[in-house]
Design a protein around this ligand. Structure first.
Ligand code: SIN
Length: 303
């Protein structure tokens, strides 16, 4: 029997597949297609201290090989999540990761404190959302700020802390090192790349917010490159994501240095995406007679 389990910051996942935040809501809709026990973890839609309605529509635009989004962190708020969504998720073995975003460092700290008293397994600090006027990526592009906010939240987070990194920087290894120095237990990467699409007939941007975040297969080579670079820069575990739509994509991320992978945008093409990616990893492991999925991490042989 092959071993698909992975351990991240002391938390054991049944397999390395995590549903990426923002692509999976709180799991209820996907739970109609398969048992949520089939995936290792779920990172829930980004939570804020108070509920948010998000940005004005249109806030999704299809692009070649991907989508642009400017959702603007629509969510029911952290208290609603803890009271109404977490009990549903905790019926399953899948690990629950609370993705949090704030306007201020204090907001991140207050959310980390609230979540620390709950059955959530891990906290993912989102300092990379490009679609909000305050907070979000503003915290995630300067290494000194990344270290400061990570250090502050670390004091309140009694759960393992993942820092979700932005690709919209010159050198992602600097922000990854800053997160590690601030006390992060793991990093996840990449969030979306900022982009824009224009309707040439109306001459107006397609997104009401003018710009948004690009995800999907178009970003995969950028994401794999960044995971590979970050693997060499930090010693903490990496959750790799960006354009994964099949098992072979996921294996690329593992070989580049990821300890687990997150499936995001492909959920909008195929609601079974996460389980199909896991099937693909199993097929690869069978073909190459690999016993433990963790043996794949970082095994790329660079020239
Ligand atoms: C959004 O809600 O705008 C997307 C979240 C993110 O990119 O982190």
């Amino acid at each position: 029997m092959a071993d698909y389990r992975v351990k991240i910051a002391g938390v054991e996942f049944e397999n390395p597949i995590i549903a990426a935040s923002g692509s999976y809501g709180f799991g209820r809709e996907y739970g109609q297609f398969y048992s949520l026990d089939e995936i290792g973890g779920i990172s829930v839609k980004g939570l804020t201290l108070i509920p948010r309605e998000g940005n004005d529509a249109p806030r999704i635009a299809e692009t070649p090989m991907g989508i642009l989004n400017s959702v603007g962190l629509q969510n029911p708020g952290v208290d609603y999540f803890l009271e109404h969504e977490l009990p549903f998720l905790k019926q399953f073995k899948t690990k629950v990761i609370a993705n949090i975003a704030g306007n201020t460092i204090e907001e991140y700290c207050r959310m980390a404190e609230k979540i620390s008293d709950s059955a959530v397994d891990m906290i993912e600090m989102n300092i990379s959302c490009p679609n909000v006027k305050e907070g979000g990526v503003a915290f995630g592009v300067c290494p000194a700020t990344v270290e400061e906010i990570t250090h502050a939240v670390r004091q309140y987070a009694k759960k393992p802390l993942i820092v979700k990194l932005s690709p919209n920087v010159t050198d992602i290894t600097e922000t990854a090192r800053a997160a590690e120095a601030g006390g992060a237990d793991a990093v996840s990467l990449i969030n979306t790349l900022t982009g824009m699409a224009i309707d040439i007939h109306t001459r107006r941007p397609i997104l009401h917010n003018n710009i948004g975040g690009l995800s999907g297969p178009a970003v995969k080579p950028v994401a794999v490159r960044m995971v590979w670079q970050v693997r060499q820069a930090v010693n903490i575990p990496i959750i790799g994501m960006g354009g994964i739509s099949g098992g072979e994509d996921a294996v690329e991320f593992l070989l580049a240095g990821a300890n687990a992978v997150a499936v995001g945008t492909h959920h909008f093409v195929d609601p079974m995406a996460a389980v199909r990616v896991m099937e693909g990893i199993k097929n690869y492991m069978d073909a190459y007679q690999i016993e433990r999925v963790s043996d794949l991490t970082g095994k790329v042989q660079p020239y």
